[in-house]
Design a protein around this ligand. Structure first.
Ligand SMILES: [Zn+2]
Length: 272
């Protein structure tokens, strides 16, 4: 159901209740710690080999943080900076720094968006958007999607980190007249926040916690969502999914949201 969004008149300037002091640059011991706990597994799509990077710590509680768009470097940097002191697990892909993954099968060239690979319909659309689609290519991407999901299958909660630009896409896209309105069950906008910095979730309890903390948030409509093959669609009725979306370069905001979300998830009953 699409409900009218609530415009809360926040008179007092929003000040985060969380104390985040870790704003300095990455220290040498941070780098050593990240190196020590980082592994790279080789993956293949068609004729193309690349890496999935895994930073594995104990999964207690079982939350996995991840990035699927390699060009969204602020969010990857935030994970690297946040992980050493907090013992989180995270993963991201390394395939040349682009958003989309390009591969070949023989003479045929293909490319796709890795956050559109988790359903058959999504794979078909994203391969077509990349200019070429075949059953073989769809199967190769499916194999990779299944493989990737197997590396995060222990998680009770998945936190994806993304970055966007100052252009069209923002939390305003989820308003009733916006391009993403079909995905919206409920919407809370804190007018004091940059519309490019927000949370997207599949979980009602988590949505309510974000509203309580005055963080702009969308609750996905887990029945009427548009099947674009994204991870949020795959997770819809399976597992608690949270997406932290911030503007490119908003590292401090991404770190602040990572810390808050991590704390809320640890406290939440959504972690079984
Ligand atoms: Zn992204």
């Amino acid at each position: 159901m699409v409900r009218p969004q609530k415009f809360l008149l926040v008179i007092v300037l929003f000040t985060s209740s969380i104390a985040f002091a870790q704003q300095d640059s990455i220290t040498q011991s941070d780098i050593e710690s990240v190196k020590r706990d980082t592994t790279r597994r080789s993956v293949q799509i068609g004729d193309f080999m690349f890496n999935q990077v895994l930073f594995k710590h104990r999964l207690d509680p079982p939350i996995i943080f991840l990035n699927l768009h390699e060009n969204e470097q602020t969010s990857i940097e935030a994970l690297k900076k946040y992980a050493p002191d907090t013992a989180i697990s995270y993963t991201y892909l390394e395939h040349g720094g682009e958003r989309r993954i390009s591969f070949t099968i023989g003479e045929e060239k293909y490319n796709f968006d890795p956050n559109r690979m988790f359903t058959k319909k999504g794979r078909k659309h994203t391969l077509r958007d990349g200019g070429n689609h075949s059953k073989k290519a769809n199967y190769q991407v499916e194999k990779f999607a299944t493989d990737f999901l197997s590396t995060i299958s222990e998680a009770s909660a998945i936190v994806a980190v993304h970055n966007n630009t100052d252009s069209n896409y923002s939390i305003l896209s989820y308003k009733p007249d916006g391009s993403e309105s079909k995905n919206t069950d409920s919407l809370y906008i804190n007018p004091e926040m940059d519309p490019d910095d927000f949370i997207y979730t599949t979980n009602l309890a988590f949505y309510q916690a974000m509203v309580k903390h005055k963080i702009s948030v969308i609750l996905q409509d887990n029945k009427k969502f548009v099947d674009d093959g994204s991870l949020s669609v795959y997770c819809a009725r399976r597992v608690c999914y949270v997406n932290i979306e911030t503007e490119h370069g908003h590292l401090d905001k991404q770190l602040e949201l990572l810390q808050l979300i991590h704390r809320v998830l640890r406290e939440q009953i959504v972690i079984k």
